[in-house]
Design a protein around this ligand. Sequence first.
Ligand SMILES: [Zn+2]
Length: 115
Amino acid sequence: MTHKGGCHCGKIAYEFEGEIGTVLDCNCSLCQKRGGLLHFIPESAFTLKTPRENLGTYKFNKHLLSHHFCPSCGVSPFTEGADPKGNKMVCINMRCVEDVDPRALDVKFFNGRAV
Ligand SMILES: [Zn+2]
Protein backbone atom coordinates (compact mmCIF):
# COMPACT_ATOMS: atom_id res chain seq x y z
CA MET A 1 0.00 0.00 0.00
CA THR A 2 1.22 3.52 -0.83
CA HIS A 3 1.00 6.16 1.88
CA LYS A 4 1.37 9.92 1.38
CA GLY A 5 2.71 12.39 3.89
CA GLY A 6 4.57 15.61 4.35
CA CYS A 7 4.69 18.89 6.19
CA HIS A 8 1.80 21.29 6.80
CA CYS A 9 2.38 23.85 4.03
CA GLY A 10 3.26 21.39 1.26
CA LYS A 11 6.91 22.24 0.65
CA ILE A 12 7.81 18.73 1.80
CA ALA A 13 5.80 15.80 0.43
CA TYR A 14 6.61 12.10 0.18
CA GLU A 15 5.23 8.68 -0.53
CA PHE A 16 6.22 5.34 0.94
CA GLU A 17 5.28 1.70 0.51
CA GLY A 18 4.39 -0.88 3.10
CA GLU A 19 2.13 -1.77 5.95
CA ILE A 20 2.11 0.21 9.16
CA GLY A 21 2.77 -2.03 12.13
CA THR A 22 3.81 -0.90 15.55
CA VAL A 23 5.04 2.69 15.80
CA LEU A 24 7.38 4.11 18.41
CA ASP A 25 6.75 6.98 20.78
CA CYS A 26 10.32 8.05 21.61
CA ASN A 27 11.34 10.11 24.62
CA CYS A 28 14.78 11.27 23.41
CA SER A 29 15.62 14.92 23.90
CA LEU A 30 14.42 15.82 20.38
CA CYS A 31 11.34 13.61 20.02
CA GLN A 32 9.96 14.68 23.36
CA LYS A 33 9.91 18.30 22.23
CA ARG A 34 8.79 17.97 18.63
CA GLY A 35 6.34 15.10 19.05
CA GLY A 36 6.15 12.25 16.63
CA LEU A 37 5.23 8.63 16.17
CA LEU A 38 8.07 6.84 14.45
CA HIS A 39 7.81 4.24 11.70
CA PHE A 40 11.02 2.90 10.12
CA ILE A 41 11.26 1.82 6.48
CA PRO A 42 14.11 0.99 4.07
CA GLU A 43 15.18 3.92 1.92
CA SER A 44 14.08 1.98 -1.19
CA ALA A 45 10.44 2.19 -0.04
CA PHE A 46 10.57 6.00 0.20
CA THR A 47 10.10 8.64 -2.50
CA LEU A 48 10.56 12.34 -1.84
CA LYS A 49 8.12 14.20 -4.12
CA THR A 50 9.41 17.72 -3.48
CA PRO A 51 12.90 19.21 -4.10
CA ARG A 52 15.58 18.27 -1.58
CA GLU A 53 16.52 21.94 -1.22
CA ASN A 54 13.15 22.49 0.50
CA LEU A 55 14.41 20.48 3.47
CA GLY A 56 15.76 22.04 6.59
CA THR A 57 18.02 19.57 8.38
CA TYR A 58 18.92 19.29 12.03
CA LYS A 59 21.60 17.03 13.50
CA PHE A 60 22.62 16.54 17.09
CA ASN A 61 24.47 14.13 19.35
CA LYS A 62 26.59 11.87 17.06
CA HIS A 63 25.19 13.45 13.87
CA LEU A 64 24.18 10.02 12.54
CA LEU A 65 20.62 11.06 11.76
CA SER A 66 19.35 13.86 9.53
CA HIS A 67 16.16 15.19 11.06
CA HIS A 68 14.38 17.04 8.28
CA PHE A 69 11.94 19.84 8.90
CA CYS A 70 10.16 22.48 6.84
CA PRO A 71 11.67 25.97 7.25
CA SER A 72 8.28 27.49 6.35
CA CYS A 73 5.81 25.68 8.59
CA GLY A 74 8.16 24.04 11.09
CA VAL A 75 6.79 20.51 10.82
CA SER A 76 9.22 17.54 11.03
CA PRO A 77 7.81 14.87 8.70
CA PHE A 78 10.79 12.49 8.40
CA THR A 79 14.36 11.60 9.35
CA GLU A 80 17.09 9.83 7.36
CA GLY A 81 19.78 7.57 8.78
CA ALA A 82 21.02 4.00 8.78
CA ASP A 83 20.39 0.87 10.80
CA PRO A 84 23.23 -0.74 12.81
CA LYS A 85 24.29 -2.73 9.70
CA GLY A 86 24.63 0.44 7.63
CA ASN A 87 21.48 -0.02 5.55
CA LYS A 88 19.92 3.35 4.73
CA MET A 89 16.63 3.86 6.52
CA VAL A 90 13.94 6.49 6.61
CA CYS A 91 12.01 7.23 9.77
CA ILE A 92 8.50 8.48 9.03
CA ASN A 93 6.65 10.68 11.51
CA MET A 94 3.24 8.99 11.31
CA ARG A 95 1.56 12.15 12.55
CA CYS A 96 2.44 13.64 9.13
CA VAL A 97 0.87 10.88 7.03
CA GLU A 98 -2.50 11.37 5.34
CA ASP A 99 -5.42 9.09 6.12
CA VAL A 100 -3.85 7.82 9.34
CA ASP A 101 -5.53 8.25 12.70
CA PRO A 102 -2.62 8.39 15.17
CA ARG A 103 -4.91 7.22 17.97
CA ALA A 104 -5.67 4.03 16.05
CA LEU A 105 -2.02 3.00 15.76
CA ASP A 106 -0.32 0.38 17.92
CA VAL A 107 2.07 2.66 19.82
CA LYS A 108 5.00 1.32 21.83
CA PHE A 109 7.09 3.46 24.13
CA PHE A 110 10.78 3.69 23.13
CA ASN A 111 13.28 4.82 25.74
CA GLY A 112 15.43 6.96 23.45
CA ARG A 113 17.05 8.65 26.47
CA ALA A 114 18.76 5.37 27.32
CA VAL A 115 20.35 4.96 23.86
ZN1 LIG B 1 5.92 23.19 5.41
